[in-house]
Every structure is written in structure tokens, then in C-alpha cells.
Design a protein around this ligand. Structure first.
Ligand SMILES: [Fe+2]
Length: 391
């Protein structure tokens, strides 16, 4: 068998990690040459003390807080209007994955003349962008999950087609990231759990994706080890700064690693989120074991490595699956998509859209629309055995 030894690797984000480092936000903006930042945040954070302090520390800043979960093109357009009318020269993207994605895409689009969908992550479409028209970003995550702070893309919902599109450009990567665990201590347990498992799925799918990327594999393995160790602690005691700091690092690691690829969990979670407006991390957390079971034959060697790195009581696929199911139960994640309001009546569309989602290409076993529809139906019903027996 010929071994693939080719790959393109990008690991250049500048990260300032440490509790309390949000105090260095003005310096981060200065380093990124931002004098008049638009601070983009989630709707739910507008009145939060951390946002008020950030605005107070940045005299030239204005606030844009009209960002919701599963952000859509309309959020980006509203942000762009605020950016342009305020004469801003950069973005501070401050919040969960939605705020980070919208902030990055607003900064990217600020000086473009083409429409947003011209920059979907297809082939070399990113080369259509005017690089001089891309404003700098400083990113400050307040959840430990998406890892969008180290990514070169934003996931934006096209409200007309109900499809999530990946808007990509290498220069969309934030200039400086501040990982301050103190900003995440107030996250409720359920959000901590769901976003934390999203980070785990990033590491897991990246590690299991085919392709030659030993850097990503190493980062993904350590990310999984940190999440295995610290997510239960962060959920048990939200004030545990060490656990929060390790989870923030692990989330950045997950998104760094998934440059290598994702897989069936994300391929399904994207259309499910588009159609049912479910929380991205929670959706992944529910779907994970169903896709694992389907991929079993293709990932047994890799899962063996993971189970050893995590030092699970039982090794191999069975040990790994047992741990995933137990962790989900302990963290209060439901076993079925039905339990989070997802029904099977869109199963055909979900299967079809999952098959063309860019993440599907990273799945260790090739997946088509019919297979993904079957996995989706099993996840809606909470019937893991249906996938196990079909695999
Ligand atoms: Fe994700």
C-alpha cells in the first residue's frame, strides 16, 4: 500500500493564554493595528460586565451585539453596516462561536465588493477576495468549544436555502487570541458540557480523518486527553480555573487539529442545526456515538490509540464507546435527537445535505446520503443498535 506523505499545514495563530489576560486587550488591539474596533458579541452577553469592561478599556470601540446562535447572513449584514457606518478599522470578536464567526466574517467582508456567498469554501474561491479589504481581528472566546478563534473560516446560515455555508479565507485568522479562563467561569453547566463535547468531537473526528497530518494528530490526541480529564471538573465546579483554562486550550487545539478534516458527526450536525436550530455542540454530543458505531471497522486502530492515551478502563472500540456514552450520561446529554426537538420528518433532506457538507469528506468510511439518513434516523430515535447491526 502506498502511504500518503503529502499535506498542507497551517499553525500560525498568536495566542495569549492565561487567567486575567483580558486586561491585555488594549495592547492586543494596538499590536493588531486596530484603533477603532467594532466589538462583536452575542445577544446574551451585551449587558455582561466583561463586555462593559472591554468597552471601557477601548476608548475607540463601539458595540455590535445582534448575534444569535446559528448566525445567519442577516447578522453579518447588520454587523457590516455597523462596521462601515462607524468607520471602524478592525473587530474584537468576543463571545461564543457565533460571535467569533460573525466578527471574523464582518472583518473579512468589510472591504469586499463581491457578495458573501462568493467566498464559500469551494476550490480556490477565496482567491476572489481583495486582501487589502480584510480588517484585522482580535478574538476572545467565552466558551470552550468551537475553537473559532484559531480558525480561518466562519459558518454562516443561508436563510433562503437553510444551508450552513463555510466562508473561508486564510487571512480571516485572528491576529491575536486571548484565552482567559476567568471569562468562562460563569458558563452554565449544560453549555460547558455541550461546548466541551464539541471540542472533543473536533479532536476525535480530526484524528480519525484520513490524510497525512501528524501535527494535527498529535494536537488532537492531547486535546482529547485534556477534555477527558478536565471537562468533568469544569462541569462539576464552574469556578475551577485550572479546568477552565485547560478546556479553553483544548478547544483551540480541536479547531487547530480539524484543519485535517472533520467527519460524519459534523456533516450531520450542520443541517440539523440549520433546520431545527439546535445548539451545535449539543447536536454533536448526541450524534457522536451513532457515527462512531458506523465507522467502527475503519477506526479501530485509531480508537485503540485514543483509549490508551485517555487511559480508559477498557481499551479499544468498546471501551471508547462505553466511555463516550457514560460521559454523555454524566453530563446530562440526551441519547436521542428526538429529545432535543429534532424529528425524522426532514430525514431525507438531512441525509442529502449532510452528504454534500464539506465535513463528510473527512469521514473515515465513505458516506452517501442514504447512509447518513439512516444514521440520522437512528439518532432521532435513540436507537444505537440500529447502526451497530448495520455496520
Ligand atoms: Fe463543531
Amino acid at each position: 500500500m502506498t502511504v500518503n506523505l503529502r499535506g498542507n499545514w497551517n499553525y500560525p495563530t498568536t495566542i495569549w493564554a492565561g487567567p486575567g489576560r483580558i486586561r491585555e486587550l488594549p495592547e492586543a488591539c494596538a499590536r493588531a493595528a486596530i484603533r477603532w474596533p467594532l466589538l462583536v458579541t452575542d445577544e446574551g452577553l451585551i449587558a455582561a460586565p466583561m463586555i462593559k469592561s472591554a468597552l471601557a478599556a477601548l476608548p475607540g470601540a463601539a458595540l455590535f451585539g445582534a448575534v444569535r446562535g446559528n448566525p445567519a447572513a442577516s447578522h453579518v449584514e447588520a454587523g457590516l453596516r455597523a462596521f462601515r457606518s462607524g468607520g471602524h478599522d478592525g473587530v474584537v470578536a468576543f463571545g461564543g462561536g457565533s460571535a467569533l464567526d460573525v466578527g471574523k466574517v464582518v472583518a473579512f467582508m468589510s472591504g469586499q465588493t463581491r457578495p458573501l456567498w462568493d467566498f464559500e469554501d469551494i476550490g480556490d474561491w477565496w482567491t476572489r477576495a481583495d486582501i487589502a479589504g480584510i480588517a484585522p481581528v482580535v478574538a476572545v472566546p467565552t466558551t470552550a468549544g468551537t475553537g473559532s478563534e484559531v480558525g480561518r473560516a466562519g459558518v454562516i446560515l443561508n436563510e433562503e436555502t437553510h444551508q450552513k455555508k463555510i466562508i473561508f479565507h486564510p487571512q480571516m485568522m485572528p491576529r491575536i487570541v486571548i484565552l482567559d479562563a476567568e471569562l468562562t467561569v460563569g458558563l452554565p453547566r449544560a453549555v460547558t458540557a455541550a461546548t466541551g463535547i464539541d471540542a472533543f468531537v473536533h479532536c476525535f473526528e480530526a484524528f480519525c480523518a484520513p490524510g497525512f497530518h501528524p501535527l494535527a494528530d498529535g494536537v488532537a490526541l492531547e486535546g482529547m486527553r485534556l477534555i477527558h480529564r478536565y471537562l468533568p471538573r469544569a462541569c462539576a465546579n464552574g469556578q475551577d480555573i485550572e479546568a477552565r483554562a485547560q478546556m479553553l486550550a483544548a478547544a483551540s487545539m480541536g479547531a487547530t487539529a480539524f484543519q485535517k478534516g472533520l467527519g460524519g458527526v459534523h456533516a450531520l450536525a450542520h443541517p440539523v442545526g440549520s433546520w431545527f436550530n439546535t445548539h451545535h455542540g449539543l447536536t454533536n454530543a448526541v450524534i457522536l456515538p451513532y457515527v462512531m458505531a458506523h465507522n467502527r471497522a475503519a477506526i479501530s486502530d485509531k480508537v485503540d490509540v485514543i483509549s490508551r492515551v485517555l487511559d480508559l478502563p477498557a481499551r479499544g472500540f468498546q471501551g471508547m464507546l462505553a466511555w463516550v456514552l457514560e460521559m454523555r450520561r454524566e453530563l446530562g446529554i440526551p441519547h436521542s435527537l428526538g429529545a432535543i426537538g429534532v424529528s425524522a420528518d426532514k430525514a431525507e433532506i438531512i441525509g442529502r445535505e449532510a452528504a454534500i457538507d464539506p465535513s463528510a469528506g473527512g469521514n473515515p468510511r465513505p458516506v452517501d446520503a442514504a447512509t447518513l439518513e439512516r444514521i440520522f434516523r437512528a439518532a432521532v430515535a435513540g436507537n444505537l443498535d440500529a447502526v451497530v447491526s448495520a455496520a
